[in-house]
Write a protein that binds this ligand. Structure first.
Ligand code: CDP
Length: 253
């Protein structure tokens, strides 16, 4: 069988050329990184969980009319997605203060914000994804004013959808990050939600106990990341019982 062409390898995913033009195969690795890749580990089963969870969220978004790049899941670790031009911004939506925002503004983690706050970071690992304003985005031509209006409306719709889905299973959506891609349909261009939506890119806290069920478990050494992600998947009814946990092969006598 012919080897597939690798297009790009990132920290948590690999992209391969898809079977048809305009498609890409997105492979979820088990690698976990934090603090701009200064902290690294391999967390067995993380890729399988994130593949399933991202499928779940993207499918739901497609169903309510929020366009995403997701086409279908191919297997345990791979999904077929639509090829798009990624806008070089990380779009962050915050409902409660946490992480860098809490630090930057001296706000206590967990404080509910008066309304959702959308932030933009310029996607550049070497620079540590710096926070930018719409002025920078317009001046450097990363996105047009029309794009920014569409991005804001997409981000807020994703926020409402994810907040509701999470609240239904007793989880608070503190914040999350999405990436936006540009696709061309004939003469028209439109924006879609791309990349992944998973506990790697969200902050998720149990509503009752405040227990963290996201990548902060890894960032702050709070226990087993697989257990946390499995709990999110279990509550959402995402992982069929038989495929968790991912155990090593056993000798049969
Ligand atoms: O995560 P960190 O404290 O470094 O940054 P943040 O700005 O507080 O992150 C806000 C949200 O975006 C968190 O849910 C992060 O997990 C997510 N994020 C991400 O997925 N990828 C990044 N490069 C930066 C933030």
């Amino acid at each position: 069988m012919a080897r597939r062409t690798k297009i790009y390898e990132g920290k948590a995913k690999i992209l391969y050329e898809g079977p048809e033009p305009g498609t890409i195969v997105q492979y979820f690795k088990d690698d976990a990184t934090a603090f701009n890749a200064q902290k690294k580990d391999v967390i067995e089963g993380k890729g399988v969980l994130n593949n399933r969870l991202s499928e779940f969220f993207m499918t739901g978004l497609n169903q309510i009319g929020v366009p995403t790049h997701f086409i279908k899941r191919l297997n345990m670790r791979e999904q077929l997605v639509r090829q798009c031009e990624i806008i070089p911004l990380e779009v962050i939506v915050r409902n409660f203060a946490a992480g860098t925002m809490a630090k930057r503004l001296g706000i206590e983690e967990g404080l509910q914000l008066p309304r959702p706050i959308v932030e933009y970071c310029y996607k550049d690992d070497k620079l540590g994804d710096p926070l930018v304003t719409e002025e920078h985005i317009a001046a450097f031509g990363w996105a047009s004013q029309q794009d920014m209006d569409d991005i804001l409306s997409l981000a807020l719709r994703v926020n409402d959808f994810l907040s509701g889905v999470m609240m239904a299973v007793g989880i608070k959506l503190v914040d999350f990050k999405i990436e936006i891609g540009r696709v061309y349909d004939g003469d028209f261009q439109r924006l879609i939600v791309a990349d992944e939506i998973s506990p790697d890119s969200c902050r998720l806290w149990d509503i009752e106990t405040g227990q963290k069920l996201d990548k902060d478990v890894f960032r702050r050494d709070l226990g087993s990341l697989t257990d946390a992600y499995t709990e999110v998947a279990r509550r959402l009814g995402v992982m069929p019982k038989s495929s968790t946990p991912i155990s090593k092969p056993k000798l049969i006598n």
